[in-house]
Write a protein that binds this ligand. Structure first.
Ligand code: LMR
Length: 392
């Protein structure tokens, strides 16, 4: 049987991450996988996370199963942070998921089982795993144009492309800090997009993995709330990997919003059945950490303070990179890098040029030109920018 296997390439983000780790050069630069690193190159365990873990060690009395839907208190506390008051509690259900990716997977399976034949509309470009996940569940994938190398969010072109969608199709909207461009519509544009999606009979599917890395925790949550406010039905994938720095704990939530829908409970039972048949139950530790932080006002305040420090470091790196690139290559407008939000930005290179950058300069970007600016050493920013522009 195994002789039938044809080798498949690794996901490009994972492949770059591996290649970076294996590179012995000391001056290598990591613009790869979406992980925050501090100025020493460390991805820190947040103070509140450490404290919550200690609290769990001291107080947890059992490791028995929690359940197919995971930690329901965690799900509700997280949902309360991001959904409008009139939706939270009455018009939503949800489960704990295996990270944001696990939420995307189980929600995609649910949507396709309830709307067989639906196309999934993703931005072009998008996170490469969207295509992999939706392809793996057997969905048809369509794309809408998403702006690159500009700060203009291009809402009109997106809505025009969605004219070709059929009622019941699913539209994936990045819930802030767009991956890979870093370009987000403002709240007004986002409301217009949500209205356009709803008016076309389409189902918004918000995938939010970087809440708190853009403008602020509450401000970023507003981006989810705006869509939830407009949509009669919505799928919502939330990740706690980045904003709590608990990447390996695989913590997230898969939520369904349905206004006045008696069938929400039935839809949730489908979600639970899909989860059970897939991985049975999610791991507990990450969700328990987040719940513990949300339940303790002092821990929550400290977490928010550290999240702010991280956000400010990322924004400083964005600004510094934009300025350094402007010094290194003056005939281009680099302001889109500074104006963008979150970890990612794009540089206009071919996959071949990205490979040369990696091999000759030790600068690791994703082949589509994506750079994670949250991992760079800004004391070396001019040196790094000089290397980057050799790829243009
Ligand atoms: C990324 O886009 O780099 C992150 O979301 C990590 C991942 O799983 O791809």
């Amino acid at each position: 049987m195994f002789d039938n296997a044809v080798a498949r390439p690794l996901d490009q983000i994972i492949a770059i991450s591996r290649a970076y780790q294996a590179d012995p050069r000391e001056d290598k630069v990591d613009f790869g996988i979406g992980v925050y690193k501090d100025e020493t190159g460390l991805t820190p365990i947040m103070r509140a996370v450490k404290a919550a873990e200690q609290k769990l060690i001291d107080t947890q009395t059992t490791k028995t199963y929690v359940g197919v839907g995971g930690d329901q208190a965690f799900v509700e506390l997280l949902a309360k942070e991001v959904l409008p008051d009139h939706v939270y509690g009455t018009d939503m259900v949800g489960i704990q998921s295996i990270g944001g990716s696990g939420a995307v997977r189980v929600l995609a399976e649910l949507a396709l089982s309830l709307n067989p034949g639906a196309s999934f509309w993703i931005p072009d470009p998008s996170w490469p795993n969207h295509r992999a996940i939706f392809g793996a569940v057997g969905a048809r994938i369509a794309t809408y144009p998403y702006p690159k190398f500009t700060a203009d969010s291009g809402i009109d072109a997106i809505l025009e492309a969605l004219d070709a969608a059929s009622p019941g199709d699913v539209v994936v909207i990045h819930g802030g800090c767009h991956n890979p461009t870093g370009i987000d519509p403002d709240l007004e544009e986002l409301a217009k997009l949500a209205e356009g999606v709803v008016a076309r009979g389409l189902i918004p599917f918000v995938d939010s993995a970087y809440l708190g890395f853009g403008r602020g925790w509450k401000e970023d949550a507003e981006r989810v709330a705006v869509v939830a406010d407009k949509a009669p039905e919505m799928l919502l994938a939330l990740s706690c990997s980045k904003n709590f720095g608990i990447y390996r704990e695989r913590t997230g939530a898969a939520l369904l919003v349905g206004k006045g829908h008696t069938n929400l409970a039935a839809a949730n039972s489908n979600l639970l059945a899909l989860a059970r048949a897939n991985y049975s139950m999610p791991p507990d530790h990450g969700a328990a950490i987040v719940r513990t932080i949300f339940q303790d006002p002092a821990l929550k305040a400290d977490w928010l303070a550290e999240l702010k420090e991280i956000r400010e470091t990322i924004n400083t790196a964005r600004g510094a990179l934009a300025l350094a690139l402007a010094r290194a290559k003056q005939d281009r407008d680099w302001t889109y890098i500074d104006k963008g939000m979150g970890m990612f930005s794009l540089i206009d290179v071919t996959p071949e040029a990205a490979a040369a950058l990696r091999e000759e300069q030790g600068v690791y970007i994703i082949p589509d030109g994506r750079m994670n600016v949250a991992g760079i050493d800004i004391t070396k920013i001019d040196e790094i920018a000089a290397k980057l522009v050799t790829a243009l």
